[in-house]
Design a protein around this ligand. Structure first.
Ligand code: LMR
Ligand code: MN
Length: 430
C-alpha cells in the first residue's frame, strides 16, 4: 500500500493509476468518464472519488466556472464522508476542500471542514492550527483563542499557535503586556507561517506601547530586512512596491494642486459643515475604534470610504461631498476615506502606520488651536486653518494634543500619484 491507498483501492490500483496518469494526457472529459466508470463499480473508492474532485476543479479553473467549482467542492466533501479513507488522502482532500471553500467566499464552511479534520485526528497539532486560523478568518475570535490555547497545551513550543494567540491578545484584548511573550517566542521560533508582517507589526507595536522603543525598532528592522515592511518606519501591509515613499509631501509633488486648492478655497463652508456635526445629540461623529489612543477623545465623521459615498452622512455635509464628487483621485479611491476628524485636548494617539501605501493623506485644517502636533517619520508639524498638510500615512505617525480647544480637520485620501489606471481599477478595497 501507499499512504493514499486503502486495501480496497489496492485491489484496483491499476485502474486508478491508469486514470490518474491520464490526467495530463487525455482531455478532462475523457478522464472524468474513466473516473465515473470506476465509480460505477466501486462507488466508495476514496481515490476514484478524490480524482473526480481533482478533475472537476481543473475544469472549473480552465472554464472559470463557479458551477463546476461547486461540483468539485461537493465531490471533495464526498471524499471526507467516505469510510476508510487513509489519513494522507483525507487531509489532502480536506485541505483542498477548505481552500476552495474560501475561494468561493464560504469561510464558515471552511471552518467546518477544518473542525471535521481536527475532530477526526485530535492529536494532530497542525490540523488544530489550521482550524484556529480559519476561525480567525471567519471572525470567530473566541473559538480561535481556545483552539490555539489547546495547541499550546499539547505542545508548549508551537510557534504558530504562539504568534496567533499573541495576535489575539494584542488586537482583541488590547493587552500588549500579556501578548508580548507569546509574540516574542512565536516570532523567534521561525516556525512555518510565523514570518508574517502582521506578527512583526504587532510585536513591535506591543514593545512601543510598553515604551520599549529599542526593542520595537529592532523588530521593525528585522521585518524590513525580511521584506515584510517597506522600511522600518513604513509598515503598511497592503502595498504596491514600486511607489515613491516619503513621510511628508508638498501639493506640487502630489500633482493634485488643483483639487487641493478647490478644497482650500471652500474651507470655511467645509468647516461649518463639520462643526455642525459636533452636536452631541444631532451630530454624527463616532469614536475611533482601532485602539490607537493612549488617552483622550478622538472622533470621526465619515463621508467616503473604500471609494463609496456614505449617502446618509453626505446629506449632512452636502457642500463638502459635492466637492469630493468632482475629484476622481478621491472619490474612486478604494483604499482610502474622506472624513472629518476631531481631537480633544489631552489626547495622545499612539505611533502607528496605516494599512496601505497606495494613498496619500491630506489634512485640511478647519479648527486648529495651539499645542497640537503630528509627527510623521522623524518630522513634527502642526496644522493651519484653511491649509492642507499632506503625508503618507503608511509611515509611522503620532499625534499629541496638549492645547485647550478641540482640533478639527477634514482628512482626504488621494490615490498615490504613481499608481497606473489599471492598478487603481484592480486593487482590492481597504
Ligand atoms: C491619524 O493618525 O490618522 C491622525 O492623524 C488623524 C487625525 O485626526 O489627526
Ligand atoms: Mn493614522
Amino acid at each position: 500500500f501507499n499512504s493514499l491507498t486503502n486495501p480496497a483501492d489496492f485491489a484496483i490500483r491499476n485502474l486508478l493509476d491508469n486514470a490518474e496518469n491520464s490526467l495530463y494526457i487525455l482531455s478532462d472529459e475523457e478522464v472524468l468518464k474513466m473516473c465515473e466508470e470506476i465509480l460505477k463499480k466501486y462507488p466508495k473508492s476514496p481515490r476514484a472519488n478524490f480524482l473526480k474532485a481533482e478533475i472537476l476543479i481543473k475544469m472549473a479553473e480552465e472554464k472559470q466556472s463557479n458551477s463546476i467549482l461547486e461540483q468539485g467542492i461537493t465531490q471533495y466533501q464526498k471524499v471526507l464522508d467516505l469510510p476508510d479513507v487513509p489519513y494522507a488522502l483525507l487531509v489532502d482532500a480536506g485541505t483542498k476542500l477548505a481552500e476552495k471553500q474560501i475561494f468561493r467566499g464560504w469561510n464558515g464552511k471552511a471552518t467546518k471542514t477544518w473542525r471535521f479534520l481536527s475532530d477526526k485526528y485530535p492529536n494532530d497539532v497542525k490540523l488544530k492550527n489550521k482550524l484556529g486560523v480559519s476561525y480567525l478568518m471567519a471572525n470567530q475570535n473566541e473559538e480561535a483563542r481556545k483552539t490555539f490555547e489547546k495547541v499550546l497545551e499539547m505542545d508548549h513550543g508551537d510557534g504558530l499557535a504562539k504568534v496567533h494567540l499573541g495576535f489575539i491578545i494584542k488586537t482583541i484584548d488590547n493587552d500588549p503586556e500579556k501578548a508580548l511573550p507569546f509574540l516574542i517566542e512565536g516570532v523567534a521560533s521561525e516556525a512555518e507561517g510565523t514570518k508574517d508582517g502582521r506578527f512583526y507589526f504587532h510585536l513591535g507595536d506591543a514593545f512601543q506601547r510598553l515604551n520599549l522603543l529599542k526593542e520595537a525598532y529592532k523588530v521593525y528592522k528585522t521585518g524590513a530586512e525580511n521584506g515584510l515592511f517597506l522600511s522600518s518606519i513604513q509598515r503598511s501591509l497592503y502595498n504596491v512596491n514600486t511607489l515613491t515613499g516619503r513621510p511628508w509631501w508638498t501639493a506640487e509633488e502630489t500633482g493634485y494642486t488643483e483639487d487641493l486648492k478647490l478644497f482650500e478655497e471652500s474651507w470655511k463652508v467645509i468647516r461649518d459643515e463639520g462643526m455642525a456635526q459636533l452636536d452631541a445629540k444631532t451630530g454624527g461623529f463616532t469614536p475611533e475604534s482601532e485602539n490607537l489612543r493612549e488617552k483622550g477623545e478622538w472622533k470621526q465623521f465619515v463621508l467616503y470610504q473604500r471609494g463609496q459615498k456614505n449617502k446618509k452622512n453626505c446629506e449632512k455635509a452636502p457642500k463638502t461631498c459635492e466637492l469630493i464628487d468632482r475629484m476622481e483621485a478621491v472619490k474612486t479611491n478604494k483604499r482610502g476615506q474622506v472624513k472629518f476628524s476631531v481631537i480633544h485636548p489631552g489626547t495622545h494617539i499612539w505611533p502607528h502606520c496605516g494599512p496601505t501605501n497606495c494613498r496619500l493623506r491630506a489634512h485640511l485644517g478647519l479648527k486648529v488651536p495651539t499645542g497640537i502636533n503630528i509627527r510623521v517619520g522623524q518630522e513634527k508639524r502642526t496644522w493651519k486653518e484653511g491649509k492642507f498638510i499632506i503625508f503618507d500615512d503608511s509611515f509611522e505617525h503620532e499625534v499629541w494634543h496638549n492645547g485647550n480647544e478641540l482640533r478639527l480637520v477634514l482628512i482626504v485620501d488621494f490615490w498615490h500619484p504613481d499608481l497606473t489606471e489599471e492598478q487603481k481599477k484592480t486593487l482590492s478595497p481597504i
